[in-house]
Design a protein around this ligand. Structure first.
Ligand code: UDP
Ligand code: MG
Length: 192
């Protein structure tokens, strides 16, 4: 992590809204470092002997949310060990517990610039995740049963967090139901 406070952009949206796809494009075009909270949790889960492996796996398959202490410490460690100054934090904060935990331990250490919100209807999101699963994503949660739970968590727990940031005028909302290139055309305006 560079000397000055790092810049953070939160990236939110339903499962399958295209957060990971668009983050990869932002990394290529603007040199941000991409930190996917879900990827960090999956990596931690898969470490041999991980203390939290089973807990993380049960939250992932149930579409529920891992306690913030675990997620936040993974995010902080990834930032501390990076040379980057600009970070995309993808898929976090997803609920009130995430937001409070972040505010307690990280808020003063970074500048949160804005929140990118990929807005996509549930039917499209579910279709994308199912075809990702069928194409061999290997994710234990790209199946119909987990997806119902993930969508439910998104509506009940994450949408209120997006609303919270909207009230602070921090949200850049993008229609994410289009092709990746069309979506990125709009996304890049916020980084240029
Ligand atoms: N997850 C979590 N806390 C986070 C991010 C992810 O608990 O901050 C868990 C949660 O169970 C979620 C799963 O990881 O359903 C997959 O998250 P990911 O962001 O990879 O899914 P996406 O929204 O990209 O489809
Ligand atoms: Mg993702």
């Amino acid at each position: 992590m560079a000397g000055d406070k790092p810049n953070v952009v939160f990236v939110l949206g339903g499962p399958g809204a295209g957060k990971g796809t668009q983050c990869a494009k932002i990394v290529d075009a603007f040199g941000y470092q991409h930190l996917s909270a879900g990827d960090l949790l999956r990596e931690e889960r898969s470490k041999p002997g991980s203390e939290f492996g089973e807990l993380i796996e049960s939250h992932i398959t149930n579409g529920t949310i891992v306690p913030v202490e675990i997620t936040c410490s993974l995010l902080e460690r990834a930032m501390i060990t990076s040379e980057a100054v600009n970070f995309l934090i993808d898929g976090f904060p997803r609920n009130q517990d995430n937001l409070e935990g972040w505010n307690k331990t990280m808020k003063d250490k970074v500048n949160v610039k804005f929140v990118l919100f990929f807005n996509c209807d549930e039917e499209t999101c579910v279709k994308r995740c199912l075809s990702r699963g069928a194409a061999g994503s290997g994710r234990s949660d790209d199946n119909e049963e987990s997806l119902k739970k993930r969508c439910n968590t998104y509506v009940k727990a994450t949408m209120p967090i997006i609303q919270h940031f909207k009230e602070k005028d921090m949200v850049k909302e993008i229609d994410a139901g289009r092709t990746p290139d069309l979506v990125f055309n709009e996304v890049k305006e916020y980084f240029a």
